[in-house]
Design a protein around this ligand. Structure first.
Ligand code: ADP
Ligand code: MG
Length: 320
């Protein structure tokens, strides 16, 4: 199978069909119609075999993940995803692998109505880059930089679950049964909070998605906002499955520093607390927990009833 045939077979019609795609796969570049009064929102993320997912990960999970990590970035901006390009580097044109990859990508693209509009295909060690484009009404995007002292800090979902799932897959954590499959599922198929991110516009003062560890990503949000933050260790939401398999101490560490959550971490002015409660009670909204507050000053402090705890560091690919 040549490169042209491969693109035609697996990628020419992948994802949602959208009327705003004036020209998709097949020409030198795609032509996309932007809705009036909106700003273009763009992000890109690469996932590398053996670094962002274990070698031997199922192809459909790789396809899902490559899009999910980008959807999570647009979710954190409050943006609506629309178009993706895919730069795929793989060691060989394995039909079973390509079939699975395309199916996993298509499953998530279908949920969020994302069209694949172009890409690049090359041979080399397995690495997948997806660029995701979306839009947001002008001036309304969420940013990392809007938090003010006194704002409340919230996180969606159950941080630490995905990191525990990866630890299970890699044999660093033991456990069986429903808890194990629930946690592994959270790593294998992250569900980016796109709809909730859109609903947070006008309510959240700042937002980031949690990919490198909750504490580290809160540090980034705080730094971008020129403020500090306090986390209350006892308020961290820990799922039953995580608690059961990891125990309280390790569960808390995974929740703070594990990474791969793809949850939203955001701040809300105290006056908007009711508005948030209404939002998170809405149909399809994820669980949402208040885990701390924004302070004057700098840095992230972690507190429990006995005092201040050490904040575990997050992921850094180039840490020395
Ligand atoms: P060019 O040499 O002009 O860059 P390519 O031969 O790389 O074009 O690609 C041909 C067409 O197929 C282009 O429209 C490109 O966007 C698309 N394409 C190539 N690889 C992929 C892929 N993995 N997924 C989606 N579209 C792809
Ligand atoms: Mg090309």
């Amino acid at each position: 199978m040549g490169e042209f045939e491969l693109i035609e077979r697996y990628f020419a019609k992948l994802g949602a069909a959208r009327r705003d795609v004036l020209l998709g796969v097949g020409d030198d570049a795609a032509l996309l119609a932007m809705p009036q009064g909106h700003e273009l929102v763009a992000c890109v993320d690469t996932i590398v075999d053996g670094r962002h997912f274990p070698s031997g990960t199922r192809a459909d999970d790789v396809g899902w993940r490559a899009l999910a990590v980008n959807l999570s970035d647009l979710a954190a901006m409050g943006a609506t995803p629309a178009w993706a390009t895919l730069a795929l580097t793989m060691p060989a044109a394995d039909e079973d692998w390509l079939e699975g990859f395309a199916a996993g990508f298509a499953a998530l693209a279908g949920v969020h109505k994302v069209a694949l509009v172009g890409g690049d295909t090359t041979r080399g060690p397995l690495a997948v880059t997806v660029q995701l484009l979306g839009h947001v009404a002008a001036g309304t995007a969420l940013r990392r930089s809007g938090a003010g002292a006194g704002d409340l800090v919230y996180v969606t979902g159950w941080p630490g679950d995905a990191a525990a799932g990866l630890a299970l897959l890699e044999g660093r954590l033991g456990g069986q049964g429903a808890n194990r499959s629930a946690l592994e599922g959270k790593f294998r198929r992250p569900e980016p909070r796109v709809a909730f991110g859109e609903r947070l516009r006008g309510v959240a003062s700042a937002c980031i998605d949690v990919s490198d560890g909750l504490a580290a990503d809160l540090g980034r949000l705080a730094a971008a906002s020129g403020v500090g933050a306090t986390l209350r260790a006892r308020e961290l939401p820990l799922s039953r499955a995580l608690y059961a398999l990891a125990g309280e101490q390790r569960a808390r560490e995974l929740a703070l520093a594990g990474g791969d959550d793809y949850e939203l971490l955001f701040t809300v002015p105290a006056a908007a607390r009711q508005a948030l409660a209404a939002l998170s009670a809405g149909p399809g909204s994820p669980a949402c927990h208040c885990i701390g507050e924004i302070t004057a000053g700098r840095g992230v402090r972690l507190l429990d009833e006995r005092g201040e705890l050490r904040v575990p560091p997050g992921w850094d690919h180039f840490a020395t």
